[in-house]
Design a protein around this ligand. Structure first.
Ligand SMILES: Nc1ncnc2c1ncn2[C@@H]1O[C@H](COP(=O)(O)OP(=O)(O)O)[C@@H](O)[C@H]1O
Ligand SMILES: [Mg+2]
Length: 302
C-alpha cells in the first residue's frame, strides 16, 4: 500500500464535509472528560485508562479501535455503569453515569440471550421491565424482530439460531428499550468473515432507520472505517485517545467502497497509528535462529 498515491485521509468531499458540519451542530449525547480507571491487582495498580476525553453527537456512529489491552472494554464498561471511573466524568444527555440504566443498550461479543426464552420473549424481556403489558410488549417486540429480519424466527429458541442471527436478536433486544446510546463491544468478533460483513451492513441499515447513537468497539481496521462517522484511536499503557479520525467515506456505505481511495486513505492512517514502524522493527529484532536453524531459508523469505 505504501506505493499507492492516496489522497490524505484529511481531504473531504463537499458532501462529506457538509455531513460533518451538520453532525457537529447536533446535541452532544455523550461527554467523557478526563476519564481514568485504575485497577488494583496482586502486582500493584494497573492504569487501564488515563485522561480520556471525547464527545459523541446525537445519531453519530463512533467506533473505537486500539491494540489489545488498551482499555476498550474498560471504557465501555464505565460508560455502561458496570465499572466505576477512578477519575473524571461521564455525562449522558447531561446526566452523570454511575450505574447501569435503560438509557444505554448493550451488545457484547459473547451471546447473551436467555436460552430458555424464545426470540420474541427475549426481546419482550426489556419491554416488560419497562412496565409494558403483555400485548404491547409482544407487538413492539415483533416490530423490532422484523427490523432485524427475523420475523420467521420469533418463536424459535436461541440454540436453533446461527451466531449472526443471535447477535441480530441481541441488537433487537437492546434497541427495544429505546436507549439513547447503543454500546457495542466487538459484537461481531466471534463471527466468520462473511457473516461479519453481512452483520455490518445490517447494523448500518438498522441505524439509518432509527434515532440512535452508537459507540462500537472493534479491533478490525476495515470494520472501524466501514461503520463510523468518526473513529477514536486509543493508545495503550495507559489507554488514552491518540487521534480522532473523521472518516472521509460518503454514506450510504457499501462494501464496494472498501477499495475506493477515501477508504484506503483512512485505512493507511489507521495502519500507521496501530502498527507503527517500531512494531515491525521489534518483530525484526526477534531472535528466531533457534527455531529455523542458522542459514536455512524458508519459502516465506524474500
Ligand atoms: N477487573 C480487572 N482487574 C485488573 N485489571 C484489569 C481488569 N479489567 C481489565 N484490566 C486490565 O486493564 C487493561 C485494559 O483491559 P481491557 O479494557 O479489557 O482492554 P481491551 O478491551 O482494549 O483489550 C488490561 O491491562 C487489563 O489487564
Ligand atoms: Mg476488550
Amino acid at each position: 500500500m505504501a506505493d499507492l498515491q492516496l489522497p490524505s485521509y484529511l481531504v473531504q468531499s463537499e458532501t462529506v464535509k457538509a455531513r460533518f458540519d451538520e453532525l457537529k451542530r447536533r446535541d452532544v449525547i455523550l461527554e467523557v472528560s478526563e476519564l481514568g480507571k485504575t485497577f488494583e491487582s496482586a502486582n500493584g495498580p494497573v492504569t487501564a485508562l488515563e485522561g480520556v476525553n471525547f464527545r459523541v453527537h446525537r445519531r453519530e456512529f463512533v467506533t473505537v479501535i486500539g491494540p489489545s489491552g488498551c482499555g476498550k472494554s474498560t471504557l465501555i464498561r464505565v460508560l455502561a455503569g458496570l465499572e466505576a471511573a477512578t477519575t473524571g466524568e461521564v455525562l449522558l444527555a447531561g446526566h452523570p453515569v454511575d450505574t447501569p440504566g435503560p438509557d444505554r443498550g448493550m451488545v457484547f461479543q459473547g451471546y447473551t440471550l436467555f436460552p430458555w426464552l424464545t426470540v420474541k420473549k427475549n426481546v419482550m424481556f426489556g419491554l416488560r421491565n419497562q412496565g409494558l403489558g403483555d400485548a404491547d410488549a409482544s407487538r413492539d417486540a415483533l416490530q423490532w424482530i422484523q427490523l432485524v429480519g427475523l420475523e420467521k424466527f420469533a418463536d424459535v429458541y436461541p440454540d436453533e439460531l446461527s451466531g449472526g442471527m443471535k447477535q441480530r436478536v441481541a441488537i433487537a433486544r437492546a434497541l427495544a428499550a429505546k436507549p439513547r446510546i447503543l454500546l457495542m463491544d466487538e459484537p461481531f468478533g466471534a463471527l466468520d468473515a462473511q457473516t461479519r460483513s453481512k452483520m455490518q451492513s445490517y447494523l448500518l441499515e438498522i441505524w439509518r432507520h432509527i434515532d440512535t447513537t452508537v459507540l462500537f468497539i472493534t479491533h478490525d481496521l476495515d470494520e472501524a472505517i466501514y461503520l463510523a462517522d468518526r473513529i477514536l484511536v486509543l493508545d495503550a499503557n495507559p489507554g488514552r485517545v491518540n487521534e480522532v479520525i473523521e472518516v472521509p467515506v460518503p454514506r450510504p456505505r457499501s462494501p464496494a467502497q472498501f477499495l475506493q481511495p477515501e477508504f484506503l486513505s483512512a485505512r493507511q492512517r489507521l495502519d500507521e497509528l496501530i502498527h507503527p514502524p517500531s512494531a515491525t522493527e521489534e518483530a525484526a529484532g526477534l531472535d528466531l535462529s533457534r527455531f529455523v536453524g542458522s542459514g536455512e531459508k524458508t519459502d516465506a523469505q524474500d
